[in-house]
Ligand binder design. Structure first.
Ligand SMILES: Nc1ncnc2c1ncn2[C@@H]1O[C@H](COP(=O)(O)OP(=O)(O)O)[C@@H](O)[C@H]1O
Ligand SMILES: [Mg+2]
Length: 275
């Protein structure tokens, strides 16, 4: 279990996160969304134990961040995949990238070779094994970044907007990886794409330092998440009986839905206001 209890955090004077609590149970897939600058990455870094809260406690498996020695060991159970994989690469080939973390913690050569082979196979990276990670496509890079963290067998994995720079097919690949991990490790998946956050067992919203949630996918259209404009609009369409699906469309399709119905909604609004 990974947990923040009544955490407040600020970088400088201005408070960013206020009295925030969240718990991710073992095997759970939790998603988080919120506008740019709302503090999602900060929350991820607090959960990973990389940042320390000024108030409240961060805990991994019940070990508090205020006990630095024990907490330091626990931190290794948490992996993070960032939005830009380029910042994460250290070596000059995919297979060395996969081996790097294992070498660092002193795993035997034979075991490393075995795990690297398994990982190359699992992520269909065999043909890219000698390529420099920096020369790969965006989707391939993110796959290597994810593989190089998973090979270390973390118990908790945080994805911080890993799809933001990817094209739709690569975004789907990343999402499939996330879904394939469901139940095996605890995952915190951060995204600004409404169509992606519905993969979560629990969905959280962060706006202006306040965390809302958890809510379930089925509830998402029933609530007015007014600070997330696209979802808020979809909620109105849902309430009006115009949008009857239960899924959230992919970004392009979502734009189409909004464009198609924008006029209808504003017309109805003026009618209501005139009554
Ligand atoms: N290292 C830092 N020092 C000072 N301010 C920061 C730092 N990192 C982030 N911030 C500020 O904190 C706020 C939240 O940032 P962040 O957690 O990255 O949000 P998000 O990931 O939701 O975009 C932003 O206003 C950002 O400018
Ligand atoms: Mg961020």
């Amino acid at each position: 279990m990974i947990e923040l209890q009544n955490v407040s955090f600020r970088y400088e004077e201005k408070p960013l996160l206020r009295d925030l609590s969240i718990r991710i149970n073992d095997g759970e897939l939790v998603t988080l969304t919120g506008p740019n600058g709302s503090g999602k990455t900060t929350l991820a870094l607090l959960l990973a134990g990389i940042l320390q809260p000024q108030e409240g406690e961060a805990m991994i498996d019940g070990i508090k961040s205020s006990k630095p020695k024990e907490f330091e060991a626990k931190r290794r159970d948490v992996g993070i995949v960032f939005e830009n994989p380029d910042n994460q690469f250290i070596t000059t080939s995919v297979e060395r990238e996969l081996a790097f973390g294992l070498e660092n913690v002193g795993i035997q050569r034979e075991e490393i070779r075995k795990r690297v082979e398994e990982s190359l196979k699992r992520f269909s990276l065999e043909d890219l094994r000698f390529r420099s990670p920096h020369t790969l496509s965006g989707g391939e890079k993110q796959k290597v970044a994810i593989a190089s963290i998973l090979i270390l067998a973390p118990r908790y994995l945080i994805f911080d907007e890993p799809t933001i720079y990817l094209d739709p097919p690569s975004r789907r690949t990343v999402l499939e990886i996330v879904q394939s991990l469901k139940g095996t490790i605890s995952i915190i998946f951060i995204s600004q794409f409404p169509s992606e956050i519905i993969v979560g067992d629990k969905i959280y919203f962060l706006t202006e330092g306040i965390l809302e949630g958890p809510i379930r996918k089925e509830e998402i259209l029933r609530k007015n998440l007014f600070k997330i404009p696209s979802l808020s609009f979809l909620h109105v369409l849902h309430e009006e009986g115009i949008y009857e699906e239960t899924d959230i469309p992919e970004p392009d399709a979502l734009c189409d839905v909004i464009e198609t119905h924008k006029k209808k909604i504003s017309y109805r609004k003026t009618q209501k206001n005139n009554v």
